[in-house]
Write a protein that binds this ligand. Structure first.
Ligand SMILES: Cc1cc2nc3c(=O)[nH]c(=O)nc-3n(C[C@H](O)[C@H](O)[C@H](O)COP(=O)(O)O)c2cc1C
Length: 394
């Protein structure tokens, strides 16, 4: 082997935080650290994964108009969301089971978000309880809820989030059934995680991850412990499938939640102007335009393709957030240019967590923050809030 090749090889195999300069770096490092079934669970989408690709493609098609020789010395990426200032216009989307990527899971994510001035939306399916997460960080926290059939569970989660100081409630509406994730089926991936003959060899090749799994908390829907017959992962998993998923839910049910929740209410998973109007008419203060990162269905367009039609329909009646395919700060600025209040993302922080725990998430958020700042300078704009459709090439 040529000696000159060694530095390149070493660079390729660097797995520390300092090797993360982009979201793509974190994705690659996490690929080396996680068993294939876990990495595919995070990376994959539903069916043919066309919606995953469409999210990226539709963002790539947006181009921004730079203007030069304007004074951009006083830049500011902050934004007001529901009356409070947030430094980073990026919300960490609710993504369940973060303990699968790192034993510190959502605790690490909440701490990193707090330090970077970002909002973290905690999933109902978090690996730690919503109380445990609220306790460890001063980040602004939102709580995501599914419109499940069991009133007792739904009401208790709403009340617990309220008592623990969560600022907003996000109701995810795009899961009447769970999408068919072909990679998960092929890998024998399930929640709770089970090591099966199909995934055993690959899992054993990642001893550090396995050690974390064995020493860390049980990988389960921690918020639901106490509702299922047992508190172990498989009882809770079976309980969720059997008791909670409810396909009879309608927009009327949102109004019931609206009446119980004291604070901003958002609906996540909207992909049409009609549903955005339904959400706002049912009392939502915010709409998260999202196809669940392509994880629920493959047949929908990318978020950027439908975004402006939804902004047009909703007007100033609600805040509108962009969720899906954000990988760089320039994407966060593009989201603003098509009319978003701010952008949201799931896989970027998830990969950061897998790659480097709390510091990995912090690194991803600081990379995105620096990207946004640089993009503003290159656009000739000092303030993120001022970015609008004037910055779009049409
Ligand atoms: C591993 C993983 C788990 C997720 N779990 C949830 C969830 O529990 N609730 C939810 O509303 N969305 C969930 N999502 C979707 C995210 O909230 C978000 O819509 C999606 O990740 C956005 O696309 P992006 O990953 O390209 O940023 C999950 C996403 C990932 C990657």
């Amino acid at each position: 082997m040529k000696i000159s090749k060694i530095p390149k090889m070493l660079a390729k195999n660097r797995t520390g935080i300092d090797a993360i300069n982009t979201v793509r770096d974190a994705r690659e490092i996490s690929k080396r650290k996680l068993p294939k079934m876990v990495w595919d669970f995070i990376d994959g989408g539903a069916d043919g994964e066309l919606a995953v690709a469409a999210n990226r493609r539709s963002l790539n098609e947006i181009q921004l108009r730079p203007r030069f020789l304007t004074d951009v010395s006083n830049r500011d990426s902050s934004i007001q969301i529901f009356g409070n200032k947030t430094e980073l216009p990026f919300i960490l989307s609710p993504s369940g089971m973060a303990t699968i990527a790192h034993p510190q899971g959502e605790l690490a994510v909440a701490k990193a978000a707090g330090r970077c001035g970002a909002i973290f939306c905690v999933s109902t399916a978090s690996g730690y309880t919503l109380e445990e997460i609220a306790e460890v960080s001063d980040a602004r926290l939102w709580f995501q809820l599914y419109l499940w059939g069991n009133e007792e569970v739904v009401e208790s989660l709403i009340d617990r989030a309220q008592i623990s100081g969560y600022e907003a409630l996000v109701v995810t509406v795009d899961v009447p059934v769970v999408g068919k994730r072909e990679r998960d089926l092929a890998n024998g991936m399930s929640l709770p995680v089970r090591i099966r003959p199909r995934n055993a060899i690959n899992t054993l090749r990642k001893p550090r991850w396995l050690l974390g799994l064995l020493n860390g908390p049980d990988i389960t829907f921690a918020n639901l412990a106490g509702f299922a017959e047992g508190d172990d992962a498989s009882s809770i998993g079976e309980y969720t499938d059997r008791e909670l998923v409810d396909q009879t839910r309608t927009w009327n049910d949102l109004e019931i939640i609206r009446n119980r929740w004291n604070g901003p209410l958002l609906v996540k998973g909207v992909m049409t102007p009609e549903d955005a109007i339904n959400a706002v008419d049912s009392g939502a203060d915010g709409v998260i335009v999202s196809n669940h990162g392509g994880r629920q269905m493959s047949f929908v367009p990318g978020v950027a393709s439908v975004f402006e039609s939804i902004v047009h329909a909703v007007g100033h009646r609600a805040e509108i957030f962009f969720d899906g395919g954000i990988r760089r700060g320039e994407d966060i600025v593009k989201a603003r240019a098509v009319g978003a209040t701010a952008a949201c993302g799931g896989r970027p922080w998830y990969w950061g967590l897998a790659a480097g725990g709390e510091q990995g998430v912090e690194k991803i958020l600081s990379v995105l923050a620096a990207d946004v700042d640089r993009t503003l300078a290159l656009l000739g704009e000092e303030k993120y809030v001022n970015v609008d459709q004037r910055y779009l090439y049409r």
